[in-house]
Ligand binder design. Structure first.
Ligand SMILES: *Cc1c(COP(=O)(O)O)cnc(C)c1O
Length: 406
């Protein structure tokens, strides 16, 4: 008997249920054998065929199809982003670099100047091997974007918003128009905003990328990534996207950046609580940003949710229900005081990464080391699910102590 994975349960037709419902029930999956609501963990790498030499549910080998539950994760994220397809990778970087590895040789790509540090490093190191021309622009400056994409035939515009680590906001809809007018595709790293707060495909983007290591999983216990594709299959840009997506799919199967079985289980579990986590995290982040805005020991707070933030107008237009949980404090005084503030925290954990239930503080410049463009007087905060008053007290104490020490 041949059973397609899609027949093991009936996924909701797009638009039938709201995103909160889709996430909470992880697409409504049931184990066809036991009826189990969370998927069983099946660790097999190879999948037996029946007497007619047919596979069961299309699965033959783990690297090609992923674990049972793989499609469930992909369907949830495609549904949350309003995409036609999603592909799950072993990390955010595996997802991001898949795009650049699958572009035609000698493509010209325009990328945000403020970009996840690891991706900037990868582009500098590996893009030349494929003769990709990488042009870095300040994508908050739309005239600069227009100039960059129009200067020569461009295949892809890649933006990140709010952008790590300063949370600059790029106008997705405007970039989509500029990219498309120049015949380029638009890809958006939506890791920080998550589909709870921003849905780039609805704003005209063609591709969305996620480090699912962060908010999607939400518990700091796996590394994972996604690419999501918008509508494709017609002529022109849509045909270019269809061809690129096919290559990305093939790359995922052949190069093997597949997420492990246990991690896939944890990811599906984590995504069930995405909406309530993001709502709480964003509310706490706004409270903290407002508390330290104008504080005597803080020269500036970088958070798109603050009316005084340069990105606020665009953020208010393209973000819904909150502004996510990432903010930066620019500590007043000598730059060493910011590092000292991080050292003095007792509740905020001194660690990199973001998007978990626990709040983190990081002196980004020290972490990135040589070549870092992160402002030295800045500490980056990833807000978690603790009580906002405890977090504010910890920062107050750390700032006061640092001001006495340095
Ligand atoms: C963490 C991160 C990445 C990289 O993802 P990994 O899962 O660590 O490979 C890319 N973009 C942003 C914005 C990130 O925060």
């Amino acid at each position: 008997m041949k059973i397609s994975n899609r027949e093991l349960y009936t996924p909701w037709a797009p638009g039938t249920v709201r995103r909160e419902t889709l996430a909470a029930q992880a697409d409504g999956w049931r184990c066809p054998t036991t009826g189990a609501v969370p998927p069983p963990i099946a660790l097999g790498v190879t999948f037996g065929r029946d007497g007619a030499y047919d596979t069961r549910g299309g699965r033959a080998y783990l690297r090609d199809q992923g674990a049972p539950g793989y499609e469930q994760a992909e369907l949830v994220v495609a549904g949350l982003e309003g995409g036609s397809d999603a592909t799950l990778f072993s990390s955010g970087m595996a997802a991001a670099t898949a795009v650049f590895q699958c572009l035609p040789d000698r493509s010209r790509v325009v990328v945000s100047e403020t970009l996840y540090f690891g991706l900037t490093k990868w582009l500098l190191e590996f893009a030349p091997q494929r003769s990709l021309e990488v042009v870095r622009v300040d994508t908050t400056d739309l005239a600069a974007v227009a100039g960059a994409v129009a200067a020569a035939p461009t295949t892809l515009l890649w933006i990140e918003t709010p952008a790590n680590p300063t949370w600059l906001v790029t106008d997705i809809a405007a970039c989509a128009e500029l990219a498309h007018a120049a015949g380029a595709l638009l890809a958006v790293d939506n890791t920080v905003a998550t589909p709870v707060h921003t849905r780039p495909l609805e704003l005209g983007a063609d591709l969305v990328m996620h480090s699912a290591t962060k908010y999607l999983n939400g518990h700091s216990d796996i590394v994972a990534g996604f690419l999501v594709a918008g509508e494709r299959g017609g002529a022109g840009r849509s045909a270019v996207l269809a061809e690129l997506w096919e290559r990305i799919d093939l790359h995922r199967k052949l190069a093997g950046p597949i997420l492990g079985t246990l991690e896939t289980y944890l990811l599906v579990r984590g995504m069930r609580t995405l909406h309530p986590r993001m709502r709480q995290i964003s509310a706490t982040a706004l409270e903290i940003a407002e508390h330290f805005d104008g504080h005597p020991l803080v020269s500036r707070v970088g958070y798109p949710g603050l009316a005084s933030d340069p990105g606020h107008a665009v953020a208010a237009r393209q973000m819904t229900g909150g502004f996510s949980g990432m903010l930066s404090l620019y500590v007043d005084g000598p730059w060493e005081r910011s590092l000292q503030t991080a050292k003095n925290c007792e509740l905020f954990i001194r660690a990199t990464s973001l998007g978990g239930t626990e709040s983190l503080i990081e002196h980004r410049f020290t972490f990135e080391g040589a070549g870092s463009r992160a402002p030295r007087e800045m500490v980056r905060l990833s807000i978690g699910l603790e009580h906002p008053a405890d977090l504010i007290n910890d920062l107050e104490h750390a700032l006061e102590k640092a001001a006495k020490e340095i």
